[in-house]
Design a protein around this ligand. Structure first.
Ligand code: NAD
Length: 520
């Protein structure tokens, strides 16, 4: 059943001119420059968006700095801060239908997924980190005999720059904003140019929740125009970045002169490893969902499927039948499972990988072309694609394609499976399917990735650490790990006894005292 969707952006947000949000107000920006955001399903422009640069970043950082240094946010009782964040969560719940429709309009993600999973998860992020902030352990004590007492305390760091990608943008933005603000920091967020609309909606929601001005600021624009000056700004202490590994590398370089603290959530090429002894029905469901949900534009996508030799042919047969039946179509149709890719340039990149796959000797066994339906001709659609005969040295096994493309590899035994699973530069997620509990415990810790799911799809539980190793990232966020990033841990040492204090420069006094003693 197709949902009636209004394509006028004013239906979802209060303006047709998408602007920056600085110091509690929506502003157009200095030069009045704008860019267009395009509907990936139709190639039609949806809205014009203010394009920020150094001037807007400077204003936004100054507002965030004032709000941090002089405003009430970091000083208010944590329960009050938590209440403000819960107001945002309640407003997200109230506006779920609008936010999810807007997100789908701007990104092409299937409405069934934005409405049921991504937007509710955004509200959960605010509720969870509000609760965490009230329970944060503060802190440890380290007594030294009866002489000193050390205790640790957590304090907000200051102004954070939050730089986000276009895949599941609303959820990922709240994943950063919620813990950042819960800890008492203020922030400037810079969303991707390909998905500016739900970020605007987040600013409207925060305005409606009545946060003090300057606590949350939003500057729209490109990476080079707005992202780079944010990273370089001397008044910004923290950068939480989610995006590609290449951009992450550049940001670390740019932030070095002002010694930023970084959290880096980067790319992936995650393996799904299926042993013959696994529950193959569940493994098949999870392998398909793991790569084709969210249009394959998912950092933790199981983009490499590793099959044990003895089950390879049968598993692939079942896989291909199912993949051919995945419903590709209008992302606003609640029956659609795969929508259009975010942008024409991204579709071209993904299609380019199919040429590379063929040239390298892989076989395109399902999909590989755009759908025949003329109604989809203008959108950035690609049929879900399966590549067979892939070996781990091929580029399609090594590089992040970030679309609905699954590379299938085979292995003989556990040792080879592990070698292939670990044989990329990335290390974000891994999925292991086996009915052998000893193998699960033996194999899982050896996989070089930050997150490993055993006999499970990608189930996120907010207290758990999220992040990657190798080229997939630096640091972890989630649960108390987010607070380790968004807080300064300070040690305070109190003398509670007469601890020894060396007396420098006191030699004369000592001699006089000794002389007085010998005279006596
Ligand atoms: P991207 O790296 O192109 O852009 C991400 C953000 O960085 C955008 O807002 C962009 O404008 C900004 N940017 C670009 N150049 C910049 C610069 N020089 N200085 C400051 N900011 C700059 O990534 P993308 O294409 O938007 O997103 C897809 C990538 O994100 C994929 O690689 C995916 O794996 C990764 N990702 C990772 C995670 C994770 O948690 N590990 C989650 C989602 C997406």
């Amino acid at each position: 059943m197709a949902t009636q969707v209004e394509h006028r952006v004013e239906r979802y947000i209060t303006t047709d001119r998408v602007r920056h949000f600085i110091n509690g107000e929506f502003v157009a920006g200095e030069g009045g420059e704008t860019f267009e955001t395009i509907n990936p399903a139709t190639a039609e422009p949806i809205a014009r968006v203010a394009s920020g640069g150094k001037a807007e970043i400077d204003r936004a950082v100054a507002a965030a700095r004032r709000a941090f240094d002089d405003g009430p946010w970091r000083r208010m009782p944590v329960k009050e801060r938590a209440r403000a964040l819960r107001r945002i969560a309640d407003l997200i719940d109230k506006h779920t239908d609008d936010i999810s429709a807007l997100e789908t309009l701007d990104t092409g993600l299937a409405l069934a997924q934005t409405r049921k999973a991504q937007v509710p998860r955004a509200a959960d992020n605010f509720r969870f980190f509000a609760e965490m902030a009230t329970k944060m352990h503060d802190g440890e004590t380290h007594p030294v005999d009866a002489t000193y007492l050390n205790y640790t305390t957590h304090r907000p760091v200051g102004v954070a720059g939050l730089i986000t990608p276009w895949n599941t943008p609303f959820m990922l933005e709240t994943w950063k904003v919620a813990p950042c603000l819960a800890a008492g920091n203020t922030c400037v967020m810079k969303p991707s140019k390909w998905s500016p609309l739900s970020a605007h909606k987040l600013a409207e929601t925060i305005q409606e929740a009545d946060l003090p001005p300057g606590v949350f600021n939003l500057v729209q624009g490109s990476g080079a125009g707005a992202g780079a000056p944010l990273v370089e700004h001397p008044d910004v202490q923290l950068i939480s970045f989610t995006g590609s590994t290449e951009t992450g590398q550049e940001i670390i370089g740019r932030g070095a002169p002002t010694l930023k603290r970084f959290s880096m959530e980067l790319g992936g090429k995650s393996p799904t490893v299926v042993f013959a002894d696994a529950d193959l029905d569940r493994a098949l469901d999870a392998a398909i969902f793991g790569i084709f949900s969210l249009n394959g534009e998912r950092c933790t996508a199981g983009s490499r499927l590793l099959l044990e030799d003895s089950i390879h042919d049968e598993f692939v047969g079942r896989l291909l039948k199912r993949v051919e039946r995945i419903r590709v179509g209008d992302p606003h149709d609640l029956a659609t499972e795969v929508g259009p890719l975010i942008h024409r340039d991204h579709l071209a990149k993904v299609l380019g990988y199919l040429d590379i796959a063929r040239a390298e000797g892989a076989t395109v066994a399902a999909g590989g072309t755009r759908p025949d339906d003329p109604a989809l001709a203008r959108g950035n659609y690609l049929r879900p694609t399966v590549l067979l005969n892939v070996t781990n040295d091929m580029r399609v096994a090594q590089e992040e394609i970030f679309g609905p493309v699954l590379s299938v590899l085979r292995f003989r035994d556990e040792a080879e499976a592990l070698r292939i699973a670990n044989g990329t530069k990335y290390g974000l997620a891994a999925y292991l399917w086996t009915g052998d509990v000893s193998r699960a415990h033996r194999f899982a810790p050896e996989i070089e990735s930050g997150m490993i799911w055993v006999n499970s799809q990608n189930v996120r539980h907010l207290p758990t650490p999220f992040g990657g190793m190798k080229w997939s990232g630096i640091g972890r966020e989630g649960g108390h790990y987010s607070f380790e990033f968004y807080c300064e841990t300070k040690n305070i040492c109190i003398a509670i006894g007469e601890g020894h204090i060396p007396r420098m420069g006191a030699h004369d006094e000592e001699r006089v005292a000794q002389g007085a003693r010998s005279d006596a």
